[in-house]
Design a protein around this ligand. Sequence first.
Ligand SMILES: N[C@@H]1[C@@H](O)[C@H](O)[C@@H](COP(=O)(O)O)O[C@@H]1O
Length: 333
Amino acid sequence: MSNRIALDEGVAAAIEGLGGERPGHVFFVACGGSFSIMHPAKFMLDQHSSLASDLYNAAEFTSRAPRTLDARSLVILCSMTGTTKETTAAAEFARSRGARTIGMTVEAGSPLARACDHVVAFEAPYTTGVPIDAANSNYARIYQIVTELVRLFDGEDLTDRLLASLGSLQEAIDRADRSFAPLFDDYASRFASQDVVYTVASGASYGAAYSFAICVLMEMQWINSQAIHANEFFHGPFEVLDEERCFILLKGMDSTRALEERADTFLHRFGKQENILVLDAKTLDLEGIDPLFAGNLVPLIFFDTLWRFAHRIADLRQHEMLTARRYMKKIEY
Ligand SMILES: N[C@@H]1[C@@H](O)[C@H](O)[C@@H](COP(=O)(O)O)O[C@@H]1O
């Protein structure tokens, strides 16, 4: 029996709203954790579409003001709360240039939602503390936008295969959490005492490494971090590697996996196994996920399961994940 989910109504309405007009350029725009999903979204679009696209931090987008932004552009923005002012300003800027805007947010009445032509709602799994089905996450919604763009403008209908895979995703995540748990039990105490932990990934998984580094390790645990692209690793960062240094390496299933494998070999050549936490998607049971989308969906597994690792670290450090902030949303900035 297929677990296929239905196409999200918000996505369907937003795509309908394009009126069949092929965008001249697609822009993916957001900040922080919401920005991190733009990497895999662009990755998927690059793989399947001839549409040109770019991704921007929202404030950079407005300040840089790309000349390619015009009335033929489609700008896809995301803000979980819908209150990040840079993202709302980016939507207003895009509309002032005549571009079409799709705003992804949890809050349908939020400033971002009001600033966009179309709203795509999603559920947020981590910061609310209420568990969700990953089929309703921001990744799941933006991927549906991408395959619908491909269907309309590249003539290939991948949406059914995506929807079937999304229906099996949460079970795959739950299995992965069980499968990685012993590894996390082993690594948590060593990583909890570190001042610096790097995360390494490429391709569709880079966004998961990025958000884990900046939103979880830095923001929520005050552990210095940096997401290192698996090939950029060889162009500077590898000089900090020694037996003491802690790294997390994500080995995904997309076409850039060889880059992560090369980093893996080098990390184990000069690092110590007990300080290199490798999450390898090839060890997972991905039943129900179409191989065509395995590379795109594995980052959701990585991100979910890394949160569980972070909670173990938080317990050991006695540093609360969701409330311990000095500046974010506590002062004006
Ligand atoms: N760490 C938070 C992220 O979790 C959040 O995604 C981002 C933007 O917030 P929002 O998604 O509400 O725009 O702000 C910070 O970076």
